[in-house]
Design a protein around this ligand. Structure first.
Ligand SMILES: O=c1ccn([C@H]2C[C@H](O)[C@@H](COP(=O)(O)OP(=O)(O)OP(=O)(O)O)O2)c(=O)[nH]1
Length: 165
């Protein structure tokens, strides 16, 4: 059974009222990276390839609708997007992040994996861009939902506590 958005919101920080949806909490994009070196997935262990952070630009022309708002201007390619919220998956639950459909409607997609019980961090997703895309920093790109789930242990992997200042 999936939990309510109000329940999910208790495990997301920071969260504004407008991010809380009936069945989950909207996540925003805080940073975007482009991988520049090979990574490796081994039978034991893995190495995450080096990345470069994409700098958002700020339009200053008064006629621009996004004047003053840092905006990632992305050409087609694969990017790693970091969410703006710290997420904690409570025991007895599993998390899923689903993309906002407006991304798909703009020929982009957010690919995500399983969020384990016990994980805390500011996680990441793979942003696939198939057509030039302007993404304002802080824009909502995804929704986090929680389902009740049995588990033996809690998450204790290398991403525990990632990206928390
Ligand atoms: O789209 C996702 C899915 C998960 N996570 C976080 C939460 C999850 O608990 C953690 C680890 O995910 P997973 O277990 O799939 O990664 P792994 O490659 O198996 O890492 P590890 O070896 O640490 O288990 O990463 C994300 O940031 N983004």
């Amino acid at each position: 059974m999936f939990r309510s958005g109000a329940f999910v919101a208790d495990h997301v920080s920071p969260v504004a009222g407008e991010q809380v949806q009936p069945n989950g909490v909207d996540l925003t994009v805080e940073a975007v990276f482009e991988q520049v070196e090979p990574g490796r997935i081994g039978r034991d262990g893995k190495r995450i390839g080096e990345r470069e952070e994409i700098e958002p630009s700020v339009a200053s022309a008064p006629e621009d609708t996004d004047a003053g708002v840092p905006t990632f201007r992305l050409s087609p390619g694969g990017y790693v997007a970091r969410y703006g919220e710290t997420i904690s998956i409570p025991e007895g639950h599993v998390g899923y992040v689903l993309p906002r459909s407006s991304l798909m409607r703009n020929s982009a997609m957010l690919h995500t994996a399983v969020w384990d019980a016990g994980y805390t961090g500011r996680g990441e997703g793979l942003l696939e861009v198939n057509h030039d895309l302007e993404l304002e920093r802080g824009a909502r790109i995804a929704q986090l939902v929680f389902a009740r789930a049995d588990h033996e242990e809690t998450y204790d992997g290398s991403y525990q506590g990632e990206n928390i200042e």
